[in-house]
Design a protein around this ligand. Structure first.
Ligand code: HEC
Ligand code: HEC
Length: 307
């Protein structure tokens, strides 16, 4: 009930609810049987409304069953409002919250799944990856938690790495992958705005040449110097990258942000900051174990017929 900034709304809602119930009860009371006027002969009086000459509206008491239903719904409302949150900011005696209910059902599901996962927790990642059933479970988890960024086939997109190839920013051993999942990763490619435009174009040509793409020879030769001075610290003197800091290998044909001269110029002049979110607080260790095995299997397990 704390979606509002001021208490005023809570009080307003509580008032509308409370007055509504009291009004219903008053209405019932005012229409009770003893309030009806009877004629001396015992028949009920009419309301004075007449249609089509002789059609009179009688003032009969409300049907009993209807009165009781109405009364019961008022009682239900009061009991409900005592037990559950509903009256403004009052929390209810049961301490119920929808978040709490959700967490309880998540916990219950996790408990039920524990025995299923337990078997896999005893195996190392490569063993788990060899089990088609575990890969299926991993794939379902992947579709739930990872596909929105990495694609349902894990093929990635611009800025989101392909997880199904042999090219790794942070390393493709099971331990690397698990660390990535647990703690997340933040790629920091600094912006080189202080380089002159010419130098950026030079180094972009040099970078293209590293993976055999067409490049201007003159620019590339000048770019080699720029690279040595500014880029080698992270990408390595040979441009093969450094997994410890997620600096990509620039000598392969795999591009995270694109290998055209324009894309590289953009990368170098504006910088890039890819973020892989940490999943430690989102996923149980069991799910992370299965996901690690699934991701590892994508580039290491040949037999994927059952995938
Ligand atoms: C919000 C988007 C997002 C989600 C969700 C996400 N990732 Fe990522 N992931 C990224 C980005 C972006 C990177 C690259 C980080 C960088 O550029 O340094 C990455 C990197 C990775 C890497 C490292 C790849 C390499 O080459 O070393 C792995 C492994 C990975 N993600 C697996 C997963 C798995 C498994 C899940 C699901 C649990 C997942 N990711 C969910 C965005 C996401
Ligand atoms: C502080 C370390 C660091 C330095 C210095 C650095 N880079 Fe990077 N670079 C990275 C990281 C980390 C990434 C990956 C960014 C991400 O994951 O979002 C990257 C990404 C790139 C990419 C994108 C590759 C792709 O696959 O799309 C290019 C191109 C690149 N750097 C070129 C350069 C050039 C040229 C220089 C020198 C002018 C340079 N970098 C200097 C760390 C560095």
């Amino acid at each position: 009930m704390s979606d509002f900034f001021s208490n005023g709304w809570g009080i307003y809602i509580a008032l509308v609810t409370g007055v509504g119930i009291v009004w219903c009860l008053y209405l019932l009371f005012s229409q009770r049987k003893t309030n009806i006027t009877y004629k001396p002969d015992g028949s009920v009086d009419d309301t004075g409304h007449v249609w089509d000459d002789d059609l009179r509206e009688l003032n009969n008491p409300l049907p009993r069953w209807w009165m009781w239903m109405f009364l019961l719904s008022c009682v239900f409302a009061i009991v409900y409002l005592v037990l559950y949150p509903g009256m403004g900011t009052y929390q209810g005696t049961l301490g119920y919250t929808t978040t709490g209910a959700h967490e309880a059902s998540v916990n219950q599901a996790n408990q039920e799944l524990k025995p299923v996962y337990a078997k896999y927790m005893e195996q190392d990642v490569k063993q788990v990856a060899a089990d088609p059933k575990a890969r299926e479970m991993g794939q379902r988890l992947f579709l739930n938690y990872c596909a929105q960024c990495h694609g349902s086939d894990a093929g990635g997109a611009k800025g989101y790495p392909n997880l199904a190839d042999q090219d790794w920013l942070y390393g493709g051993e099971p331990d690397n992958i698990k660390t990535t999942l647990i703690a997340g990763r933040a790629g920091v490619m600094p912006a080189f705005a202080h380089l002159e435009g010419g130098q950026i174009s030079d180094v972009a040509n040099y970078v293209r040449g590293l993976s055999g793409l067409a490049a201007d020879q003159l620019k590339s030769a000048r770019g080699a110097e720029v690279f040595k001075a500014n880029c080698a610290a992270c990408h390595g003197p040979d441009g093969k990258g450094m997994q410890a800091m997620g600096a990509p290998n620039l000598t392969d044909k795999v591009w995270l942000y694109g290998g055209s001269e324009a894309a590289i110029v953009e990368t170098v002049s504006k910088g890039r900051n890819g973020k892989m979110p940490a999943h430690e607080s989102i996923l149980t260790p069991e799910k992370i174990h299965l996901l690690t095995a699934y991701v590892w299997s994508l580039s290491n397990v040949k037999d994927k017929a059952s995938k």
